[in-house]
Ligand binder design. Structure first.
Ligand SMILES: C[S@@+](CC[C@H](N)C(=O)[O-])C[C@H]1O[C@@H](n2cnc3c(N)ncnc32)[C@H](O)[C@@H]1O
Length: 325
């Protein structure tokens, strides 16, 4: 089994700036690339989180390797505010790891045949369940919104027509129907099934909901001066982080019609106004870094704002997708 090359590691360390004695949460432990580098950069402590039992097992062996400085917890990062520890900084590296993609039996890859699974936590409904049970309209909305797939309707229709005779249980079967509908000439020169697989993965793991809740939890538990660093890999995720951080770093609200009144004080200060991208050299050696975007901010002493950002990222929740369909 291959490993996972940590993406934008130098930029993560620079913006996270781990200091001696701090407690840092690596909310997406994966292969432990960030965790190891953070532990090497400063005599600090790291708490690793991952919802994937395989990543949890890797973290447990790291605990043995460096006793006393690292603790591994199997949980969703949206629950990071339930950790019973004072936290100084949080890093999130959203998405799937190479460990997950490269194992056909996890069902994330359209390049290798495997069960149509895609569950990071190995629990709850699988991608096969979603493809079997959502209506044509729901599938179409899902592919359109989470996959930004232009042929969403045609793909959904083909799936719903064909699944009556043969349920879609394997990744190759789903990749096959998408390729058949779209043909070879997909937009953007990517594999025809890329967007449909992305949409299903986001849905099966409630990735947008997880991200949104994690941002709010980070705001709630970080102390003044605490740092939040988030690396994302597609536009929906980046939009969610951008919308949240822009909202939380804004001070007053006002408009032409309603004169500026003092709004709630900013709870974050942006470290970088624009997202950082991977260097050309990194992209050349690790193509996965091509779409990576890093946003980072420092917690102010202002109180956390109540609740989520309304309409965060403009991406509906699972429930909204169902209602819209
Ligand atoms: C891109 S990998 C992280 C790689 C890691 N930075 C490294 O250097 O090895 C993302 C990891 O986050 C985990 N993950 C994704 N969503 C999660 C969530 N909501 N809660 C906890 N872990 C999650 C995945 O299981 C995966 O192992």
């Amino acid at each position: 089994m291959s490993g996972h090359l940590p993406v934008m590691l130098a930029e993560v360390l620079e913006t996270l700036a781990p200091q001696a004695g701090q407690v840092i949460v690596d909310g997406t432990f994966g292969g432990g690339g960030y965790t190891r580098a953070i532990l090497a950069a400063a005599p600090c402590q790291v708490i690793g989180l991952d919802r994937d039992p395989d990543a949890f097992a890797r973290g447990k062996s790291l605990e043995q390797e460096i006793p006393g400085r690292f603790t591994m917890v199997q949980t969703q990062f949206s629950k990071l505010d339930e950790l019973q520890a004072p936290i100084d900084a949080i890093v999130l590296d959203i998405g799937v790891s190479s460990f997950q993609i490269d194992q056909p039996e996890r069902g994330f890859s359209f390049m290798q045949d495997g069960p149509l699974d895609m569950r990071m936590g190995k629990d709850g409904p699988s991608a096969a369940d979603v493809v079997a049970h959502l209506s044509e309209a729901e599938l179409s909305t899902l592919f359109h919104i989470y996959g930004e797939e232009r042929e969403a309707r045609r793909i959904a229709r083909a799936i719903v027509t064909d699944r009556v005779a043969t349920p879609y249980l394997r990744t190759s079967e789903l990749a096959g129907v998408v390729s058949r509908v779209i043909g070879r000439k997909h937009q953007d020169h990517i594999h025809p099934a890329t967007r449909v697989f992305q949409a299903l993965r986001i849905y099966v793991n409630d990735e947008m909901g997880e991200l949104e809740r994690a941002l709010v939890a980070a705001e709630a538990i970080l102390p003044p001066g605490g740092r939040l660093v988030v690396v994302t890999f597609h536009s929906l995720e980046d939009r969610a982080v951008k919308t949240f951080l822009n909202d939380r770093s804004k001070e007053a609200v006002g408009s032409r019609h309603a004169p500026a009144q003092a709004g709630p004080a900013a709870s974050f200060t942006l470290i970088n106004r624009k997202p950082l991208n991977a260097t050309e050299a990194e992209v050349a050696s690790n193509p996965r870094a091509r779409s990576a975007k890093l946003r980072a901010a420092i917690r102010t002493s202002a109180p956390a704002r109540a609740g989520r950002v309304t309409g965060l990222s403009g991406v509906p929740t699972l429930d909204q997708i169902k209602r819209a369909a």
